[in-house]
Design a protein around this ligand. Structure first.
Ligand code: P61
Length: 475
């Protein structure tokens, strides 16, 4: 499939995949959790009490929860069984060695430091390797990553290729770096670049994958200047699935082979295990080089916990060790990516503007296009999150001006990010396609009354990661 980069080509590629009715979930359900439906009046009251911030809602007042795919997976029976095999020794837990074994087999890294979750791992990596005045280059840093870089007094620099910002354009591998930009940024002062970080898949612009070709080139450029390369591996398996199915030369390779090649271009990774390790809590750092690992331990031990547990119980590490092996299963990945794609297709059919192509873990709605009457300072994406909750009890997350914007401390002016999106993140192995259909119906109803949706004004904000706790009122 050489040169697949236009919209029609992309459609052809997707048509090669089996459609949703040609296969079923490769699992059956052993435990169920009942959902509660609320009335519209209840939801109006609840969201107002929550300061129009969906993070402040009690989750049992949410019918379909698409706030995050993080920590929300359904674990398998094997993972639950693994919990009973937790070895809660303070040091040298057998589950740590199992985790190390999974990381070595799947990623090829020898040195593993568990962490309580992704941002714990980021804190350790940034503390060990980033100094004040440094510049950390990436395709597009996630907000917690950016927060940790800023907390070190360093600068996060995004080198995403132009196509990654074009919401409606259906190009493949929209998580790719602009290689020229990357090299230009390095050349400004290579000594100030402690490492390059490749986020797979790229969360901020739609769960978009990074191609193997691009990863290889990024690694080559960084190596030329002696700069290490790290992965933010939160969704590594989903990225591998896209490489297998969309990149020329990879269709005959297995997901484990693709994962090994991908990680071979890096010196280590941070990972929020709450995504592609299919667990409810956990994270890790992995390194190829022992000296770097030792440096990281100097921060891991005081902040996360001893080297062989890093803020986790033995049982948590066992679930991670098992989840890492389950997530690279092709049947699992087909159903996973297929379900997210299915939701995207339903929304497209309803005329909802979404980021295209649909990414790996969620569907991202272009709130600026859906609510064009709302100016940036009235937080259109946040307003859409509020309306979707009121309409159907469905919780999405704002990834726009609130999550990624900030106030310049010197000028007091707002700095807005390029995109104004609402993400509907799909938890792994949790909801059925019929839940997805309910989401599409509720969004269509919001679309029908879009022009009357009111904007929001911020009444409280924290200095970093403000969207978690911000409070709003209606304009
Ligand atoms: C998410 F609204 N993601 O997507 P931790 N790297 C990457 C992530 O996606 C990520 C982390 C590191 C979340 C949770 C979340 O403002 C928010 O295990 C690519 O969450 O610490 C997390 O991993 C951090 C949602 C985080 C947010 C921050 O839903």
């Amino acid at each position: 499939m050489p040169g697949l980069s236009t919209m029609s080509d992309e459609r052809e590629v997707w048509q090669m995949f089996r459609s949703r009715d040609e296969y079923a979930e490769p699992f059956r359900i052993k435990v169920v959790e009942m959902l509660r439906e609320t009335t519209r009046e209840e939801r109006e009251t609840l969201i107002k009490e929550a300061g129009y911030n969906a993070f402040s809602l009690p989750s049992d007042a949410v019918y379909i929860d698409l706030l995050s795919d993080s920590g929300t997976s359904a674990m398998s029976d094997r993972q639950w069984a693994g919990l009973m095999l937790g070895d809660e020794a303070y040091a040298g837990s057998r589950n740590y060695f199992n985790l190390k074994g999974s990381v070595k087999d799947i990623m090829g890294f020898d040195f593993v430091a568990p962490a309580h979750q992704g941002r714990g791992a980021e804190h350790v990596l940034m503390s060990a390797l980033v100094k004040e005045g440094d510049r950390v280059l990436g395709n597009m840093h996630f907000d917690t990553t950016e927060g940790h870089i800023l907390l070190r007094g360093a600068e996060p620099v995004n080198c995403l290729a132009e196509q990654g910002y074009k919401v409606g354009e259906e190009t493949l591998f929209k998580g790719d770096f602009d290689l020229r930009r990357l090299e230009d940024e390095i050349q400004k002062d290579p000594r100030k670049v402690p490492f390059v970080l490749i986020t797979v898949t790229c969360n901020n612009n739609g769960g978009q994958p990074v191609s193997m070709k691009n990863i290889r080139e990024v690694s080559k450029i960084a190596r030329k200047y002696g700069i290490p390369v790290f992965f933010d591996a939160a969704r590594f398996a989903e990225n591998c699935w896209f490489i297998k199915h969309l990149e020329p030369g990879y269709s005959g390779k297995t997901i484990p082979e693709i994962a090994r090649e991908m990680f071979s271009y890096g010196d280590g990774c941070t990972m929020s295990a709450k995504k592609d390790a299919l667990v409810n809590i956990g994270g890790l750092l992995a390194f190829r080089d022992e000296a770097m690992y030792r440096k990281a331990l100097e921060w891991q031990i005081p902040f996360e916990g001893f080297a062989t547990y890093g803020g986790l119980a033995g049982r948590d590490m066992e679930a991670m060790a098992r989840g890492l092996r389950e997530v690279i299963d092709e049947a699992y990945l087909e159903e996973r990516i297929g379900q997210v794609r299915y939701l995207g297709d339903l929304l497209l059919r309803a005329g909802i503007p979404i980021v295209r192509p649909t990414g790996g873990h969620g569907v991202y709605i272009d709130a600026a296009a859906m609510l064009p009457h709302l100016p940036r300072k009235e937080f259109p994406a946040q307003a859409l999150v509020v309306e979707l909750y009121i309409e159907g009890g469905i919780r999405g997350v704002e990834l726009g001006g609130c999550a990624f914007g900030r106030v310049d401390p010197e000028t007091g002016e707002d700095i807005w990010p390029a995109l104004e999106l609402v993400r509907l993140a799909v938890p792994r192995r949790v909801y059925t396609d019929r839940h997805m259909a309910q989401v599409a119906k509720a969004l269509s109803r919001v679309k029908g009354r879009a022009s009357s949706v009111r904007g929001l004004r911020i009444t409280y904000q924290a200095p970093v990661l403000r969207h978690f706790t911000a409070k709003f009122e209606r304009v």
